[in-house]
Design a protein around this ligand. Structure first.
Ligand SMILES: Nc1ncnc2c1ncn2[C@@H]1O[C@H](COP(=O)(O)OP(=O)(O)OP(=O)(O)O)[C@@H](O)[C@H]1O
Ligand SMILES: [Mg+2]
Length: 236
């Protein structure tokens, strides 16, 4: 069992007045390609959503847009009530775990986690929280190893422990099951499940709907730049 004292769990009161995520007629053009074509979505606080779609459908792009890393070409969106254009406020409330982990390669495992906590103005015993998070994903033996020297699966575990440690109101996860062994995939389900149990909203882009469903039961599919309930689309 987790010792809750080891994690600076940001437990979230439900955002009663705002949906956690909202997009209204969002279009996005990158270069000459139109990636998103009038995307509308509402996710309530505590929702768990699996984002499906073929390679190149725009899942990663949509996650980047929600994390305020890309501006809509047209339309608007809100994260925990904050306009996507207010990227500072949005980034305070959201964490994106990118497909490659998004770690600092020259920082050690523990430095990566400690830095993330500092960026979110964590108060409390950071050393203890970091040690607890590394233990949770079985990386305590690699605490002092630079991220660049980790295996692909270990990087994934470190990125997962960071998402779990930060426990933002909204967590976006891009292909969390890739590169992991069976135990690693179970760990992803367990830790993401705990984020949701703490009231967090979760969006998981995945090619393994059967694995993602356990923590993110509402399935949406991106196809042709549009986002639909997976149940309404062919080949769901
Ligand atoms: N910076 C960019 N400039 C131009 N086009 C881009 C850029 N980033 C992504 N794209 C294009 O946007 C489309 C969607 O890419 P995206 O990475 O979002 O797909 P995806 O659904 O995540 O695919 P995968 O399942 O392979 O991860 C692709 O056609 C891609 O080439
Ligand atoms: Mg992708």
């Amino acid at each position: 069992m987790t010792d809750p004292a080891q994690r600076p769990a940001a437990q979230h009161p439900p955002a009663l007045q705002h949906p956690a995520l909202q997009l209204r007629d969002v279009w996005l053009r990158l270069g000459r390609e139109v990636i998103l074509r009038g995307v509308n979505v509402d996710m309530a606080a505590g929702d768990g959503v699996t984002l499906l779609g073929e390679n190149g459908a725009g899942k990663t792009t949509l996650l980047r847009l929600l994390a305020s890393g890309l501006r809509p070409t047209r339309g608007e969106g809100r994260v925990m009530g904050f306009d996507l254009r207010d990227s500072r406020s949005v980034r305070d409330h959201i964490h994106l775990m990118p497909v490659d982990g998004g770690l600092y390669p020259d920082l050690t495992c523990e430095e990566n986690l400690a830095f993330a906590l500092r960026m979110h103005a964590h108060t409390g015993d950071a050393d203890r929280a970091v040690a607890g998070a590394l233990r949770r994903v079985g990386l305590e033996h690699a605490a002092g190893r630079r991220a660049r020297f980790l295996s692909a699966g270990m990087r994934k575990r470190l990125a997962l422990s960071r998402a779990w440690l930060l426990a933002r109101p909204v967590t976006l996860v891009d292909e969390p099951f890739a590169n992991l062994d069976d135990a690693g995939r179970a760990l992803v389900q367990e830790l993401l499940g705990e984020l949701r149990a703490g009231g967090g909203t979760l969006v998981v882009a995945a090619h393994e709907p059967e694995l993602a469903r356990a923590v993110a039961p509402r399935a949406l599919r991106l196809a042709g730049g549009q986002l639909l309930d997976a149940a309404q689309t062919v080949n769901a």
